[in-house]
Design a protein around this ligand. Sequence first.
Ligand code: PLP
Length: 488
Amino acid sequence: MFESEFLTATEESQEAYRQFIARVVETICSSLPAQSYRGKTATELATLIDSEIFPKAGSSREIAGKLATIVSNSVVVTHPQTVAHLHCPPLVSALAAEVVISTLNQSMDSFDQAPIATLLEQKLIRWLCVEAGMPDTSGGTFTTGGTQSNYMGLLLARDAFLQSQWNWSAQKAGLPPETRRLRILCSEVAHFTVEKSASQLGLGTDAVVRVAVDDRFRMKLSALEASLRQLRAEGLLPLAVVATAGTTDFGSIDPLPEIASLAHAAGAWLHVDAAYGGALLFCRRHRDKLAGIEAADSLSIDFHKLFWQPIPCSTFLLRDQHHFESMKLHADYLNPESHEVSGIPDLVTSSLLTSRRFDALKLWISFQALGRDKLSAMIERTIDLAACAANAVRNTPRLHLLHEPELSTVVFRYLPSRADLDADNLNAELRQLLFDGGIAVVGHTRVHGRQCLKFTCMNPTVSESQMESLVRTVAQQGEQLEREWQSS
Ligand SMILES: Cc1ncc(COP(=O)(O)O)c(C=O)c1O
């Protein structure tokens, strides 16, 4: 009776599976909109999804139509005019792997739920550690993203600090009163998940000390030294320094070797947030920019950014995997201590999660399908496209470029022709107009308090002329908006 609802060994169920998957794939291909986004507002979208959530009797026949509504009102991540976020078009090889991941539904917490998957993930992690220049003691885990990886880095840094300074186990005893004195340092433009982690770790967002950046948005070493000195003078304790290899807005890479020396001399843990820039490890032309990354005590690398994997796919690497001990707990039904004695690898011990997807598979399949040379070329190409966009911005009279791109982002502003017009509001309205009008999905941020526009190039299939045309479109729409403002 339920045979066609599951994939089993029977012909009937396998045929139902094939047909369902084929119909879904067909719906996606035939419903993808031609624009980056169709521009519908939240109110308009709400009316499109007001059908009954859970009908008494189901039918797969109507699913294609309902799915088409979702597909056709999604942001098209492969569109050349979708350039807002670190939100990549996923590789076809990884999309196919997603079907395998979900069909097999291995759960990475225990060996008996994911035998070969456990070994493949372990092998990938070991290989990644070697690629990042980490020692034999290193280890890691797949995570849901940079947010979780940054959190893990700061969690383990906190626990190691409490243990080494005060022989205190946070896992057993919670936080000691001295925790108030702990500080985490990161640059002014580091990701907001540093504060988010600090708040969740019982340190509070006030524990985060933001260090000034230079004119290329990299952490200023003199400012880091001054901050460390100041903390010492105030009796405060630098628990960790977070260096960023690829900041979200500017792609800037902090000076890693120097930060490592300063952090370690101050007794602090070095976490490198390479969620974005970690891809340079595999890019021949730009690999050198990550020199010093091997000194990290922990490291975040997202594969759902410049490795073109569907969300989620990310990793957390740890220089000395013994630090995972501080978060280890045993459950009799899952990872009993006897498994450790007999050498059964249960990955739950090194993860924040219990049930967990086999995301390592899609990365591995993409590596097999692409090969190293092609991935390297794709990363290079994406970085070149940002340089092309920056050049176009520089050569467009009403646009002002705020930085030389380091990776694949380009931050700029539309400059109104009249000084009495509110440039910040104009830039904000311009971006909204592009989105609502289904013209382009462009990013935004604030730099030195001013509202800016941002391109985040993530699509190596885009041509230079498409990039230049997008820059022209933004400028033209800005001019038109300005005219409307003046006439109203
Ligand atoms: C530098 C950096 N770190 C961390 C994150 C958070 O990553 P995720 O969205 O994968 O959790 C981002 C997201 O863009 C990022 O740019």
